[in-house]
Design a protein around this ligand. Sequence first.
Ligand SMILES: Nc1ncnc2c1ncn2[C@@H]1O[C@H](COP(=O)(O)OP(=O)(O)OP(=O)(O)O)[C@@H](O)[C@H]1O
Ligand SMILES: CC(=O)N[C@H]1[C@@H]2OC[C@@H](O2)[C@@H](O)[C@@H]1O[C@H](C)C(=O)O
Length: 374
Amino acid sequence: MTQDWITAIGMMSGTSLDGVDAALIETDGIDVRRLDQSVFVPYAPELRERMRECFGNRSATNSEHVVADDLTQVHVDAVNMLLAKAGMLAGDIGIIGFHGQTVFHEPASGLTRQIGTPHMLAEKTGIPVVADFRLADVAAGGEGAPLAPIYHAALMKSAGVEPPVAVLNIGGVSNVTWIGDGADGTDLLAFDCGPGNARLDDWMLRHTGNPVDLNGATAASGTADPMVEIKFLEDPYFDRVPPKSLDREDMAARIDGLVAEARLNVSDGAATLANCTVAAIVAGVNHLPVAPKSWFVCGGGRHNQYVMETLASRLGVPVRPVDDLDWDGDAVEAECFGYLAVRHLRGLPLSFPGTTGVPTPCCGGKLYPTKKAA
Ligand SMILES: Nc1ncnc2c1ncn2[C@@H]1O[C@H](COP(=O)(O)OP(=O)(O)OP(=O)(O)O)[C@@H](O)[C@H]1O
Ligand SMILES: CC(=O)N[C@H]1[C@@H]2OC[C@@H](O2)[C@@H](O)[C@@H]1O[C@H](C)C(=O)O
């Protein structure tokens, strides 16, 4: 490894609130070597509930500070597990990229909030931390999301896939990165497509007590209501020209209302909501400069076979999990924040006019050194 390369841990706590993903990469801030080492630490149900109560907080509350420390402790545990699994020590790691938990995202009001306590993570692990990744972009007039596109492009550079190609993440929210011929940050277009599986997760939680439609089996056993999908697509978000981004709770009340009005049973509701996930992604194709020749899907939503098959049939081009490229589809977002942390250290931009709508390429993140280093 040359001196310019840094071993980084990236950590993501996504909108689905399932837990913390942590992954190791090596990077110089431009190219990347995946180390294929990652861990997932689920949140305890009671912490998940307290985190959910923070959704919609436009500013910090006292109880939110406690939640921030508690979720940070889960990140500390994840770092320790990852180091043990990889046979590494804290001293082997140059930096941690810590996303935190988004609780509110309204870039039009200049607000995006990720909770977590970066200095606690730095102190308890003995590793410097970069956090607050979205703030500079929003302050500069960008959407603050998605930030993964430059990482998707870095991975795609060596994948040997014919452009244009789309990398799609399906989590609680879905987001797409369109990659054209030159992946230097100028030939990228990205945006949040729509609610990913968040509404389906909430539906399953309400009806079965388990917040997931495992492999899409419930949806596959139901019949989708086409009227709900048609009304869902009337939301003005789908006509908005990208870049654009969503809060997990955007459209929630409207979708819940449409499904309630249709009086659907559990499986028909799951099929309908899964179809809405797909319809939102397909609606995004109209905004892409040229239709992608193929789609590669990361995020937990790629495990939903019903969503994957419906998507492939509606797009009419190959739709494959990123695992087919030898990437780890469950770790891409976590790896991304390790990559972005190193880009911060190197003074490289994280976001671009085509990815967040920021007027000029934007550096972001804030460094929280360990006490010793400070
Ligand atoms: N085996 C599975 N079958 C079906 N769906 C699954 C499975 N495993 C995970 N999921 C879905 O994957 C989603 C979580 O994926 P992931 O962890 O990538 O999202 P996230 O990072 O929390 O969200 P976001 O990407 O919006 O920040 C949930 O919606 C969950 O329902
Ligand atoms: C505000 C926020 O946290 N957005 C997340 C969310 O989860 C998926 C989608 O919505 C994406 O825009 C973003 O996360 C990924 C990691 C991103 O920034 O690329």
